[in-house]
Design a protein around this ligand. Structure first.
Ligand SMILES: *[C@@H]1O[C@H](CO)[C@@H](O)[C@H](O)[C@H]1NC(C)=O
Ligand SMILES: *[C@@H]1O[C@H](CO)[C@@H](O)[C@H](O)[C@H]1NC(C)=O
Length: 293
């Protein structure tokens, strides 16, 4: 924006003295400030402009010194991005002059000092999307001074509005997990702390999760699962119980010698045998089960 080539209309009569730039104004939107003026025209020549500013600090404590603007000393275009120069919420004086070779014009000063608290705040651009059942919002990046107040609610009578403050920039934000079939609406406004002002709210945008097919499928799944549990589980428990009783727990009367002098080692090996017997029984239980069906 600052150093692009500008096309000047030519003036066939020419001008003898370099006139000062006219019609200075500041256009400020969402804390981006642009000083503009009407171009000075000299046929066949390129005019350069120098912009300077004086904040409250400079005028009160630094004997009214003027500071060259960071991006427009000089510039070819009849406009200057002064965003980086305006660092406090105080009145700033701004002035500009034209130069051509060794000729310079007089300074032209902005009629009223500019205070950034007069910036125009616009409703932010947002994109409301869903990621599965998640309500997600993407917000435009307006710079580090902006906070977003995101209001969202479920679209139904008497729904409660939730507000989330978002400070992260340019990344999608998860707001809520949505219930199938319900619509959710979102609107956003910005807040700029350094000037203590809010933007107007954006238009509400709503999204809906398709909920008709899903509960049906869920119900079907649940029904099938329920039937399976109802039929298969008692059946297998009963079958397994039978097999285990037959193979694992035979009613055996141990000889007295074994009951008294069992070493732990022997006990373990005995149990191991028992367990192995059970495992084999379970594995082979498939075969009688198939026969049973
Ligand atoms: C200043 O602005 C007015 C209206 O916007 C315009 O008529 C006039 O020509 C401008 N002055 C210069 C020097 O361009
Ligand atoms: C900006 O601040 C000045 C004083 O600091 C105040 O007089 C003025 O009303 C403010 N303007 C806005 C739009 O808030």
């Amino acid at each position: 924006m600052v150093h692009r080539a500008c096309l000047n209309a030519s003036n066939p009569d020419g001008v003898a003295v370099l006139p000062a730039p006219q019609n200075l104004s500041v256009q400020s939107t969402n804390m981006k400030h642009l000083l503009m003026w009407s171009p000075v025209i000299v046929p066949g020549e390129i005019i350069y402009y120098f912009v300077e500013y004086q904040g409250e600090y400079e005028s009160l404590y630094m004997s009214h010194i003027w500071i060259p603007s960071s991006w427009c000393s000089p510039t070819e275009c009849p406009e200057c991005d002064i965003t980086d120069d305006i660092t406090a919420t105080v009145p700033y004086k701004l002035r500009v002059r034209a130069t051509l070779g060794s000729q310079t014009s007089a300074w032209s000063t902005l009629p009223h000092p500019f205070n950034r608290n007069s910036t125009t705040l616009t409703p932010p651009v947002m994109e409301v999307t869903k990621d599965g059942f998640h309500l997600v919002i993407k917000l435009e990046d307006l710079g580090p001074q902006f906070e977003f107040l995101v209001a969202y609610w479920r679209r139904e009578p008497g729904a409660k509005e939730h507000v989330q403050v978002v400070r992260s920039r340019g990344i999608p934000v998860h707001l809520e997990t949505m219930e199938p079939g319900a619509a959710y609406c979102v609107k956003v406004r910005t807040f700029v702390k350094v000037i203590g002002r809010h933007s107007p709210s954006s238009q509400a945008e709503c999204v809906k999760v398709q909920g008709e097919t899903l509960p049906l499928a869920l119900a079907l799944f649940a029904f099938v699962g329920f039937m399976l549990i109802l039929v298969v589980v008692p059946l297998s428990i009963w079958k397994m119980g039978q097999l285990l009783r037959n193979s694992c727990c035979p009613v055996v009367v141990l000889p007295d010698t074994l009951k008294i002098t069992n070493s732990p080692q022997k006990l373990i090996s005995c149990r191991k045998e028992e367990v192995e017997a059970c495992a084999t029984a379970v594995l082979s239980s498939e075969e009688p089960f198939r026969a049973w069906l």
